[in-house]
Design a binder for this molecule. Structure first.
Ligand SMILES: [Zn+2]
Length: 247
């Protein structure tokens, strides 16, 4: 395997984890089935399904302590845009989700800037890159597939906190996958929403290919020019995901 490129190195650190990271992205792009918890076998198998929470009483489940939870109430309490119900193959889209723009501009102006004062960090918190419906969907899908693969449910969100994660933590953290894909691809996506279900259609992709990344654990400017990114070698994966979920 060729050496990983700067985006992979900044976020995931260890070359040995590249097959795992690639596997998660592959599973997301292909809508692979996720397992369902043993006591929820009435749910049918399949890829994670998106459900829009618009009022209380629509989506209810028992948490690990047996306490009944309500999807809409949870959205409003936490102030979240989405919530992946791990082990239940359901992703709730909260009302706040629809306040975000659908997708980023297809321009390298979207790339984050390395902080000239602190070359191991980006300027800002990453929200300028991550604050789009497209990347919120990817974040929630990453939760579902990471949990299915290694039981991880880490939710470290700010980009410089992501850069600080050790390799073993990064592969459990949904937002690490989101920043990785968001910095390499600008993807056109359509979310078709009915009153209750949402359906995601990804129609085409375009490499954004941000190249300037902090070098983890160093205090020198990012001058790394070598290395291959997973998405450069497997650029077809995302565009294969023509339909990620349906009712
Ligand atoms: Zn999350």
């Amino acid at each position: 395997m060729p050496d990983p490129g700067p985006a992979y190195t900044a976020l995931f650190k260890e070359k040995a984890n590249a097959p795992f990271v690639h596997g998660i992205l592959y599973n997301i792009a292909h809508g692979i089935d996720v397992p369902i918890r043993a006591n929820f076998t009435s749910l049918r198998q399949g890829a994670p399904a998106f459900v829009c929470a618009t009022k209380p009483g629509q989506i209810m489940w028992s948490d690990v302590d047996g306490i009944v939870q309500d999807g809409y109430t949870d959205c409003m309490r936490v102030g979240a845009a989405g919530n992946a119900l791990l082990g239940l193959r359901i992703i709730i889209l909260c009302p706040d989700f629809f306040s975000f723009p659908a997708q980023p501009p297809r321009s390298r102006s979207q790339c984050m800037t390395v902080d000239p004062q602190h070359p191991d960090s980006f300027l800002g918190d990453g929200e300028s890159m991550a604050g789009y419906q497209l990347w919120i969907l990817l974040h929630e899908l990453a939760h579902a597939y990471i949990y299915a693969a290694n039981g991880g449910s880490s939710d470290i969100y700010l980009v410089n906190d992501n850069l600080d994660l050790q390799a073993a933590e990064a592969v459990k953290n949904a937002q690490s996958f989101t920043y990785y894909v968001a910095s390499k691809l600008a993807t056109q996506v359509f979310l078709i929403r009915s009153s209750y279900w949402a359906r995601l259609t990804v129609t085409t992709d375009l490499f954004l290919d941000c190249t300037n990344f902090p070098l983890p654990g160093t205090n020198s400017p990012s001058t790394q020019t070598h290395g291959i990114e997973l998405l450069e070698t497997k650029g077809h994966l995302i565009s294969d995901a023509t339909t990620m979920s349906s009712a």
